[in-house]
Design a protein around this ligand. Sequence first.
Ligand code: TMP
Length: 215
Amino acid sequence: MRPRGRFITLEGGEGAGKSSHAARLAEWLKGQGVAVLVTREPGGSPRAETLRRLLLSGRFAAQGPDAEALAFALARADHLAVTIRPALEAGTWVISDRFMDSTHAYQGAAGADPSLLELLDQIVVGFNRPELTLVLDVPADVGLKRTEKRANGPDRFERDAIELHEARRRAFLDIAAREPERCVVIDATGEKAAVAEAICKAVSERLRPGAMGAA
Ligand code: TMP
């Protein structure tokens, strides 16, 4: 039986480059002989992808940040049950593009009740907290400029005021400062190759994928 897989999350504001770095990290890990699954939130399972469409269209926005946090948590519960836990149990490493910290940063910065967010983590995430969280950090204006190049236009969260984007960035940095044993902040303003190297270095130091042996 293969040992349980390791759980890595990538977090950060808009335009931080999480999706492309998740894919690059997966390729690098595969090169180390590790079986890897890349997934994302909201989404990562059929039901959670349905919730993703509703959440990003702004369908829950009028109900306020507590209701949005509940909807993200519902999607997360399904994602964990259907995709993440089975993969980890099969010995596959999981890289999730966003996870629970996004709820604290986004819904938290929008005024969600902090005790509700803590409770949701306890109920939904429980012992399935990531072992390593890479916080890709870019100034809010730099990140938003990058997203302007995307073809499909801004979603419900990208449209928010710059002050809210800045508050989310501070929230991610606060989480990283509070949990240094789990989180590593990566400066994501530089060249893609340099950022990718910093990410692989952090994973290598924290999780030692080479020591896993061939998958
Ligand atoms: P993305 O996959 O392009 O980053 O889009 C996901 C959006 O959803 C992004 O704006 C962040 C937001 N989000 C939250 O507000 N709360 C959450 O818990 C998660 C996972 C994402």
